[in-house]
Design a protein around this ligand. Structure first.
Ligand code: NI
Length: 167
């Protein structure tokens, strides 16, 4: 297992659109395991492959306290969505920043797991929000894209300054 490097906003690689997974290989199983280790170590409740610079449609989520309920979604599609929920979100690619975003309150997602078995789940609340947040990463979209242009510009300049100091 290995810890992967998480890209940080406004890294342009976070804007790449992921392509579907076409083969369920041991490499995919290994990647999912490494992503899980990276997410738990961060710590975070969700991670998209895009965030570790792998541009494939893979997301993992675990909102459990005990970190023992890993949901792996390969080639996920939201097949139903309803309601509205406003939730404070954060992202491992935007460390230390949180803001409110409005999303669907309940979604039904269909996906494969890392071994190719089909999963279909209808979920709400935090899990529904996480799925939408992570799936956005796969199309190059981040939660900060929902903020006002002014807020986003301020955040981007703060992040760049921080990265210059760190680098
Ligand atoms: Ni995120």
């Amino acid at each position: 297992m290995a810890l992967l490097t998480i890209l940080e906003y406004p890294d342009p690689r976070l804007k790449k659109v992921a392509s579907p997974v076409t083969a369920f290989t041991p490499e995919l199983v290994r990647l999912v395991r490494d992503m899980a280790q990276t997410m738990y170590a961060a710590p975070g409740v969700g991670l998209a492959a895009t965030q570790v610079d792998v541009h494939k449609r893979i997301v993992i989520i675990d909102t459990s306290e005990a970190h023992d309920d890993l949901l792996v979604l390969v080639n996920p599609e939201i097949i139903a969505a309803e309601g509205e929920a406003e939730c404070e979100e954060g992202c491992l690619s935007v460390p230390g920043y949180y803001d409110r975003v409005t999303r669907a309150a309940r979604v039904t997602v269909r996906a494969a797991n890392e071994r190719g078995a089909m999963v279909e789940r209808t979920v709400e609340d935090l899990l529904a929000v996480c799925i939408q947040h992570e799936m956005d990463h796969l199309v190059g979209k981040m939660f900060v894209d929902y903020l006002s242009p002014l807020k986003r510009a301020r955040l981007a300049s703060k992040q760049r300054k921080k990265q210059r100091l760190a680098g």
